[in-house]
Every structure is written in C-alpha cells, then in structure tokens.
Design a protein around this ligand. Structure first.
Ligand code: PLP
Length: 414
C-alpha cells in the first residue's frame, strides 16, 4: 500500500469564508451575530461578495466574447437572482414560475431563455408574451407555438434544444446522449428544423446541454467541442442563420473528500478555439455557456444549531434543528449513488483544538437524516452552530420541507 492509499482523502479547504476570532465570517458578519440577525436557525446564507467575486473570476478566465448565463434552478431565491441578474449576461429559466422571478429581478427578456420538457400551452403563451427565447424540446411545441401565433399574433423566439449523440463523460448527472426526455435527438433535428421553417416560426439557434457537476476539464472541453461541431452540422438544415448557440455548462464544484477545484485553464483554451472557429463558420452566432451551481454553490452555507449531544454505544451524535428536509443533497439523497459527507464545520469553533469524530443528524425520524457521517469536527455542545458548506445550489428549493412537519427554514443574503 502506498502513502496515497493510506491517507484518507480530505475536503478542499473552505477558505473562501474568512475566520475571525474563531468564528466563520459570512458577508462581513461573524456567524453568531448573523444568526442573531436572522432570528432563527436553520437558515441558508448566501454571500453577495462571493457571488460577485466568482462571476468576476470566471469572466477573467473565459474568452472575452463568451456570454455567461445563470441557470436559476440552482438557486431561485429572488434576492439572489436579482443580484445575479446584474452580474451575468442572461438568465436561463425552467418554468413559468422561474420566469416570473427572473423578470421581477430585472433581467432583460431578450437575454432570458426557457428550457424544460413538457412545456404547456399556458406557459408557452407567457413566454411568447414576455419575448424570451424558447428552447423547443419536441415536435409538439412547434405546433403549440404556431397555434399561439395564430391566436395572439405574437411571434415566438425559438431555439432548438438538441439531445446530442454523445455524452458528457464523468458527469454527476448526464442530461444528454442516449435516450433522454430532454431536447430532440440530433438525428431528428433536421426534420424539426423543416417543421419550424414551414410553420414560419422565427429560428434563432441551438441549445445543447450534456450534463452537470463535472470536475474533469478534459471531459467538458470535449463535450463543448462536440456540441459546437454538432451545431455546425445542424446549422446546414436551419431555416435561418444561427444567432444563438448555447454550449451548455456542467462546471462542477468540489463537494466530497478528494474532489479538486475545477481547473478552468483547459476549458478557457477550448472555448477560445471554439470562439475562433465560430467567428469564421457561424459569424452571426452569440456563444453562451450556462452555469448554475458553479456560480452560486460555493457562496452559500446552511446553518443549524445543535439541540442535543448524544452518545450511543460510544459514538457521539450531534442532533441539530435542521436536516434533510431543508438540505436533501447534503444528506446524500439528491441523486447521489454513494453517500459521502459534504464539508461541514462547527462555525463558532473554527480554530478550536479539541476535536472529535461525530455524526451530525437531524430531527427527522428516519436514518436518512444524516448530514455528516463519522466526521472529525471541533468538539461541540448544544447551542453551537453547524455549518454545511457548498450549499448555495440545490439546497432550499431542492428539499422536501414539508416532510415530517418541522418548522420552515429561512434564506438570507449576507
Ligand atoms: C440544471 C441545468 C443547468 C445547471 O446545471 P448546474 O450543474 O447547476 O450548472 C444548466 N442548464 C440546463 C439546461 C439545466 O437543466
């Protein structure tokens, strides 16, 4: 056995939040003071400064003409979407409810796009009236949009969401390649484009999204290159020049022990080469990447308070006032195959030297309500604050809050 095999992997340091006098600092405020300001635990807090910094660093790393969209299903909190709308070039919505939040946040309708299988007539009517770009995902939607134009006289702006003929390798969640409910299979797209052309609908471009939560830059680069090449081929059957090309995203963040930060350098080089080819081969196309968790995930924490400290047959359980009903993904039940610990800390004892191995569990009457399994943390007591990092995406709205009838969680910007 070599050294690497013997040392268990650890989480990357969560040093984007400062620590002052032993306390985590969020939005410039010590955590216990922030908890007092919020007035209750549990809560999610999203740090504005970290959101701004992340977008700035990403823009500095990526080619200058590339447009950056925020996929707001990662975190649709209205105040956060408002903040993001001022930083990115566009917002991607996946329902009429998200569309309302994006419009309320002041996002420019010209720069909002709408994706998702099973768009209904009523939501399509709203999308047409709003003047946003609709990513068509079936032949039925072409008919719906033609009917809406006949009914209202309003012209839909459309792009075709393509289910590519390849997969994003090593992805947390694959959303393209093979048989999928998302988009229209690449091989059916020429027929769909013909239907769009004969319905006289206004075609603007393509949307390709291969997958999510990827930490392998080579895999992302390959998927983006293949997406571009597929779009080039499909453009030959398009009824109008491609003005919009969304190459997807899938940029991951480190959640689990041993996972690194994503290396942007190869992705940036790959996108620069795509941008160069696009300038020659699809000269009217605006290139877009759409990111959710990469933009907001690291800026958010979930904070709960220890209610009880129990020893069962020698093992210590810290029982908190929050749990999987607020943070399903940290419990390992949001798409994970094997449960692993998120980065967790005792937020008011960040520099304590006394440490112990404990499990952090919630108040729900199910063994699934586990937020840290045998993890080494600062020695903690009832009243201390447990922080789950990497919680800015797929937290609050991706959790079954009504499960077991405990009090609701809050979300704040800090
Ligand atoms: C979910 C989704 C995203 C965002 O995925 P992240 O992993 O949060 O970046 C982007 N685009 C589409 C089409 C999606 O469905």
């Amino acid at each position: 056995m070599n050294e690497a095999q013997r040392t268990p992997p650890s989480h990357v340091p969560m040093d984007h939040f400062p620590v002052v006098d032993g306390e985590l600092v969020v939005g410039g405020m010590a955590l216990t003071r922030l908890a007092a300001r919020v007035g209750q635990t549990p809560f999610y807090a999203y740090d504005r400064e970290l959101l701004t910094r992340r977008v700035g660093e990403l823009r500095a790393a990526l080619p200058p003409n590339l447009k950056l969209h925020y996929a707001m299903k990662a975190n649709p909190m209205p105040a956060l979407v408002c903040h993001m709308a001022g930083l990115v070039d566009g917002i991607d919505v996946a329902s009429a409810g998200e569309l309302k939040v994006a419009l309320d946040a002041g996002a420019d309708p010209q720069q909002i796009s709408f994706a998702g299988p099973g768009k209904q007539r009523a939501e399509l009517r709203q999308a047409v009236a709003a003047g946003i770009l609709i990513n068509i995902e079936s032949f039925r939607e072409v008919g719906e949009l033609a009917a809406i134009r006949a009914e209202t006289g309003s012209e839909a702006r459309i792009a075709v969401r393509v289910n590519p003929d390849f997969e994003l390798k090593s992805s947390g969640m694959k959303m393209g390649g093979g048989a999928k409910q998302f988009g229209v299979d690449a091989e059916q797209v020429p027929a769909l484009l013909a239907a769009i052309g004969s319905a006289g609908l206004s075609f603007e471009g393509f949307h390709l999204f291969a997958g999510s939560q990827n930490l392998k830059p080579e895999a992302i680069v390959e998927a983006q290159r293949k997406s571009f090449e597929l779009a080039l081929r499909l453009a030959q059957s398009a009824p109008a020049p491609v003005r919009f090309l969304n190459l997807g995203g899938g940029f991951g963040i480190p959640y689990f022990p041993g996972e690194p930060h994503l290396d942007l350098a190869p992705i940036s080089a790959g996108l620069a080469s795509i941008a160069e080819r696009a300038a020659a081969e699809l000269p009217q196309a605006e290139l877009v990447v759409e990111l959710g968790r990469y933009l907001v995930g690291e800026a958010g924490i979930y904070v709960s308070r220890i209610v009880d400290r129990k020893i069962s047959r020698g093992h210590c359980f810290l029982v908190i006032d929050g749990g999987l009903h607020h943070h399903l993904s940290a419990s390992g039940n949001f798409g994970q195959v094997i449960r692993k610990n998120y980065p967790v800390a005792i937020g008011n004892r960040m520099t304590a030297s006394a440490r112990e191995t404990v499990s952090v569990v919630g108040p729900l009457c199910t063994p699934l309500d586990l937020l840290a399994d045998r993890m080494e943390l600062a020695r903690a007591e009832a009243g201390d604050l447990v922080v789950v990092f990497q919680s800015g995406a797929y937290g609050f709205t991706a959790s079954p809050q009504a499960f077991l009838g405990h009090p609701a969680c809050l979300e704040v910007m800090a």
